[in-house]
Design a protein around this ligand. Structure first.
Ligand code: ZN
Ligand code: ZN
Length: 443
């Protein structure tokens, strides 16, 4: 009976008109009743809702697509122009990446468990064990990081980069910009013009360093013991803690999980001192923006025909590092000072009293630790976007027409790489910059 009906229904079921036939089977009736109603693909609700009557709702539809929630592929259009990144005022604490209310709630829940004497349930890597699925990600990030440094060093031979010798401003382009926003010492005498000098890899990839710890769950670094620990790029330290093996910078790999009650460690497998290793300067030669490529003389320039390809590869490496770091940071804890750029990779910050930022006297020079964001570990370092390469230098009066982009993106784009869609809104490519007489009329 059901089959007989379904075959007759199949003819009347039309995808275009969104008409769908449904059998209403009433247990009280011996016959099947057929009902037809309009089917809206965006609102598949009638299929899910049970009717309020005692009748059971049985659907026999021929197009199986009607049963699934219809997939409407709609690309979210990118905004035309977005606001430029603002600089966080120095006299203000950075916002918490996780709302403070949630941090407090989690703390309260931990305290409740601790009061009852129940151990805190910890999952890798919070319990000191590695996350096996993230080990390849860490290796990928490190390899992309090497390529990124090399690529930037090569492109610096082609695209001039200027750095202000007084403030952290960087400009990628043929001539330094004439935007009067330098707030470094003596800026009043210079009418806030920047004092440009030739830039290096470290001006494009801002170096963020952190202490290398053999055992991040071990003894906390104190102010007096700070010289026992090496400073290495925070990104490299994150990769080491996520499973990358660098013989000169070993890391303790546990086989037994760390146990905690509240904030107290109850079993961390004892303290183990770091094995003494003679470190040569070459270990981080390719991984440090300072040591090897600070002078571009170490890297040969890319040949004219290769420049475009190098730019594309460098941009790809940049995206890979960024997405990889974001993936690792979802699991591995990285702490950042809420007042200064200091970053620490590990479950809790260190006690070194070197914070000189806002209200450091109140903290006895200690950093105010909070969860780090990707931008703090791998800063985008926004620079002005130069629309016309080789054109007149950017002027302060026209700054509202200019866009910005991360320094690496701007460098690669000027070297010939295609602009990735996600950076276009901030680069403001569609805004026409006034020229000639028009420019002089802009207040
Ligand atoms: Zn400056
Ligand atoms: Zn600090």
């Amino acid at each position: 009976m059901l089959q007989q009906y379904s075959s007759s229904v199949s003819n009347s079921c039309s995808r275009d008109s969104h008409l769908c036939s449904v059998f209403l089977h009433s247990w009280g009736l011996k016959e099947l009743q057929v009902a037809t109603f309009n089917f809206n693909p965006l609102r598949p609700k009638p299929f899910c809702d049970r009717p309020s009557t005692s009748m059971s709702f049985c659907c026999v539809c021929i197009h199986e697509n009607h049963h699934r929630s219809p997939r409407v592929r709609r690309r979210k259009p990118l905004p035309q122009n977005v606001d430029l990144p603002t600089q966080w005022p120095k006299k203000k604490k950075k916002p918490y990446p996780i709302p403070f209310k949630k941090i407090k709630e989690a703390g309260r829940a931990d305290k409740k468990l601790a009061e009852k004497g129940i151990e805190k349930p910890l999952e890798p890597p919070k319990n000191g064990l590695l996350v096996p699925s993230l080990v390849p990600v860490a290796y990928k990030v490190l390899n992309a990081w090497k390529l990124l440094i090399k690529g930037v060093a090569k492109l610096l031979h082609v695209v001039p980069v200027y750095a202000c010798s007084i403030c952290p401003e960087v400009h990628v382009g043929q001539a330094g910009n004439q935007i009067q926003d330098c707030n470094g010492t003596g800026n009043v005498l210079r009418r806030s013009f920047h004092k440009w000098m030739k830039g290096s890899v470290s001006d494009i990839l801002v170096p963020i360093e952190s202490y290398h710890m053999y055992d991040p769950f071990g003894r906390r670094i104190k102010h007096e013991t700070r010289f026992k620990y090496d400073r290495i790029p925070a990104l490299v330290e994150l990769c080491i803690q996520a499973g990358v093996e660098i013989p000169e910078y070993p890391s303790r790999r546990r086989s037994k999980a760390v146990r905690m009650i509240g904030r107290k460690m109850i079993d961390l497998g004892g303290f183990v001192d770091e094995p003494k290793i003679c470190r040569s300067g070459d270990a981080l030669a390719e991984l440090d923006t300072y040591r090897c490529y600070s002078e571009q003389g170490n890297t040969p320039p890319a040949s004219a025909s290769d420049v475009r390809q190098v730019a594309e590869d460098t941009l790809e490496a940049y995206e890979e590092v960024r997405s990889g770091v974001a993936t690792l940071m979802k699991k591995y804890t990285v702490k950042a000072c809420g007042y200064c750029p200091e970053v620490h990779v590990g479950p809790c910050g260190h006690n070194v009293k070197l914070c000189g930022a806002f209200k450091h006297q109140w903290r006895d020079g200690k950093h105010g630790w909070q969860d780090a964001t990707v931008d703090e570990v791998f800063p985008p370092n926004y620079v002005w976007h130069v629309k016309e390469v080789g054109g007149s230098p950017l002027r302060g009066s026209l700054r509202r027409f200019y866009g910005k982009a991360p320094a690496v993106v701007e460098l690669c784009v000027q070297a010939g790489a295609k602009i990735p869609a996600k950076y276009k809104p901030m680069m403001r490519r569609d805004i026409v910059i006034p020229d000639g007489e028009e420019a002089s009329l802009v207040a």
